[in-house]
Design a protein around this ligand. Sequence first.
Ligand code: C5P
Length: 414
Amino acid sequence: MASRDPLDGARVVLGVTGSIAAYKAVMLASALHQAGAIVEVILTREAAELVRPLSFQAITHRPVHQEMFSLLAETEIGHVTLGHQADVVVVAPATAHTLARLALGLGDDLLATTVLATRAPLVIAPAMETNMLLHPATQGHLRTLRERGAVIVEPEAGHLASGARGVGRLAEPAVILDTVRVVLARRGDLAGWRVVVTAGGTQEPIDPVRVLANRSSGKMGFAVAQAARDRGAQVTLIVGATSVAPPHGVRVIEAPTARTMCEAVLRTIAEADALVMAAAVADYEAAAPAAQKIKKREERLVLELVPTPDILGTVAAQRAAGALPERLLVVGFAAESADLLTHAREKLRRKRLDLIVANDIMAAGSGFGTDTNQVVLLDRSGAERALPLLPKLDVAHALWDHVLALRQQEVRAR
Ligand code: C5P
């Protein structure tokens, strides 16, 4: 399957300015290049004192741009052409000085003229000493740039080059990368969609120490969220217990139990275009969780369990009552160890789903914790599509392809 990464084939101008964090821009350039982006690096004079142009050149396999009026560059690309060709301009790290130049619209070097000449979106990742960052002048420039549409990747708190601790550290390359993906995805086929995705397993308390849990890693739900984000959707990710970190660039709501997850889903779907329930939600919870840790004894311990709320069942009832927007498309998962399709068809009908992803958890390379999955997509019209064993991200894209096809059917039927 072709890469669905918005960075793949994108023209990214990476402006590097003279912050001590400039060395991290080498890693950022490398990550952009590895994701398939065509990376044009512009170094300011001060940045070139801190990192050698050759580092970037070796990584991006392209010449590094420094001089505004380099004779060779003028004949081949011109000092505004980089800006014209860019799909996105990223300034990372951005110093206080460069923030001021960009806010004022100065054109005193190649980076500044490129930012002036481009109509591509601008992503800025500031990095500087805490007092410089918090100075009203810097804050004012950041506000101006934000108002003009620039996306600011907030600097983090932590160890600074000065040796002090404070806010002003360049955001992690992975965060900057995902922010660039979100910006590029504005032209994706899910642009304008608001989607809610659940991921991970729930943990139902037995006492203050112990929980009833399951083996869900969260990987499938995270892939569904990431795929939607990379196609331009605004994603709310409702997360239980997971063994991996959620993707950046989505709104994360933590929901450790079936009950809290049910509340979070009902709260967020009123505004949504699609709900994808990829979470492994517990079917039972302790009838009466103990307030104190249960002590070990010689005799048998019997735990009484009662059913949790069925989230999709509740959503189905609300839909039937006309309490939810008609445009909401609902996708469930059926993780089964036997009679996969029979159970999936039954769930599709009973939970009034538009689409169900049937997942044979006994198949090799499929199910909990793996990076791949083998599924069958079954929709409300009776269509069934068996996919081969695929990376979870590819399964997620196939899911969204199918959701978009269902939406198009609705549009045609009107
Ligand atoms: O019937 P079963 O629980 O196997 O259905 C699985 C689907 O239902 C999944 O999409 C899961 O997220 C959802 N589910 C739910 N509420 C529960 C249990 C599961 O919405 N209490």
